[in-house]
Design a protein around this ligand. Structure first.
Ligand SMILES: Cc1ncc(COP(=O)(O)O)c(C=O)c1O
Length: 425
């Protein structure tokens, strides 16, 4: 053996079982309390199933919050991870990265985009879009003080610019001063957009872009209105205002189409993706049409963005979506789920005011007149062995892996029914 060879001592690698020692109490002693966590430590997954450190099994209708596209431990992901980690996992973007090029080509060939910028998360992808829009506004539209319109109840991330873009004061409170250059309008309200564009056109100020979710996820699973979005596209074409879609939650197949904008029959100028793109491996992306390709070398960057590892795994996710015809499953399982949730709503009159969504992003809204909260339903569902996630105080969100089977949807519906029985008893 060459004297330079590094030998990894097997005994120095901790056995995975040592992680179970991290019960919630000792966890909280070391990790910052930025999350209101449910008392559950998850350690293993397969498909749409998860197991906690006590060995209890759960049906996962959260998927890491609309992220684990192919569920847990999918062979395509396992294989891509193994293959790429043994070959090359990270190099700088100062060099060409073939896996990044391959993934960008796939995205361009499967969307209206002409160029892709890679980063690591949804917030970063939106930051990139905001920067691109501002540069475009300065250099092409010649606006000194560009304004970006965003919507009430939106969610765009947790960085300073993206909490400012997020039209929900609860995410901004205590973090002022916010980033200037944003203005909020009600969602699905075209008159408000027209009024803002004309009222904000003053001196150096002008609306340069609209950043909007095709379906508001965190804001309560609120689908965009087709007529509204088509009119929005028309206004942007007439005024030169950029149309930016935040597809972080709804994109990459979750809506039943590859991109949420396909539901609306409208193409954005720029759109962002993260969550489902890597199937659980951190990756973010900002896509733009060629005329928006205004960044010059050095104007935007990310150390990890688009590294060989993340791109190889995301590419495997995208290829699997296509090869296994998963979008058809998303449409069919979505219909099955909504029909079942509507039957549950009918069984508990007065408790559930709406069931809505696209594909496998669905919300069950609790009647404002009842005291029951989304967190109450989520807790009762956990007791039944089903993981769900709130989207605001009154909406329970269903975002399972896109590979969920008819039987798993039926089981989830039975567990929701049982949870509602306990809550309404
Ligand atoms: C629509 C939307 N945009 C942006 C984000 C932020 O993504 P990330 O948490 O990856 O920064 C989220 C996260 O929930 C989201 O739903």
């Amino acid at each position: 053996m060459n004297s330079d060879t590094v030998v990894v001592q097997q005994s120095s690698i901790s056995s995975p079982s040592s992680f179970s020692a991290f019960d919630p109490k000792s966890f909280d002693a070391y990790v910052m309390s930025t999350y209101a966590r449910f008392p559950l430590s998850l350690e293993r997954g397969a498909g749409c199933r998860l197991w906690d450190t006590e060995g209890r099994e759960y049906l996962d209708f959260v998927a890491g919050i609309a992220t684990c596209t192919l569920g847990h431990a999918h062979p395509a992901i396992v294989e891509a991870v193994k293959r790429q980690i043994q070959k090359l996992h990270h190099v700088s973007n100062l060099y060409y990265i073939p896996e990044q090029g391959e993934l960008a080509k796939w995205i361009v060939e499967h969307s209206c985009a002409e160029r892709v910028f890679f980063c690591n998360s949804g917030a970063e992808a939106n930051e990139a879009a905001i920067k691109l829009a501002r540069k475009y506004a300065h250099s092409v539209l010649e606006i000194e003080q560009p304004i970006i319109l965003t919507c009430h109840s939106s969610f765009h991330g947790r960085t300073l610019a993206t909490i400012t873009a997020t039209g929900q004061p609860k995410y901004q409170k205590n973090f002022e001063p916010l980033v200037p250059g944003f203005h909020y309008v009600p969602y699905n309200d075209i008159a408000a957009v027209e009024a803002a564009i004309s009222e904000l056109d003053e001196g150096d100020y002008r609306v340069a872009a609209i950043l909007i979710e095709p379906l508001q996820g965190e804001g309560g699973v609120r689908p965009g209105d087709i007529a509204y979005f088509q009119k929005l596209r028309q206004i942007c074409d007439e005024t030169g205002v950029l149309l930016i879609f935040d597809e972080v939650q709804v994109g990459v197949g979750r809506s039943g189409k590859l991109w949420g904008y396909e539901y609306l029959g409208v193409e954005p100028d720029i759109f962002t993706s993260a969550k489902g793109l890597g199937g659980g491996i951190p990756i973010g992306a900002m896509m733009a049409k060629k005329f928006c390709d205004v960044f010059q070398p050095g104007e935007h960057a990310s150390t990890f963005g688009g590294n060989p590892f993340a791109c190889a795994v995301a590419f495997a996710v995208c290829q699997t979506l296509e090869k296994e015809n998963i979008l058809q499953n998303v449409q069919q399982r979505g219909e099955q789920l909504r029909a079942g949730l509507r039957a549950i709503a009918a069984k508990y009159p007065g408790y559930i005011s709406d069931v809505r969504g696209w594909g496998l992003i669905n919300g069950l809204e609790l009647d404002p007149q009842v005291e029951l909260t989304a967190a109450d339903v989520v807790k009762a569902a956990i007791d039944q062995g089903l993981l769900l996630v709130p989207a605001g105080p009154k909406v329970v969100r269903f975002v399972p892996p896109l590979i969920v089977t008819p039987k798993e949807v039926d089981t989830a519906l039975q567990l929701v029914d049982k949870a509602m029985t306990t809550l309404t008893a």
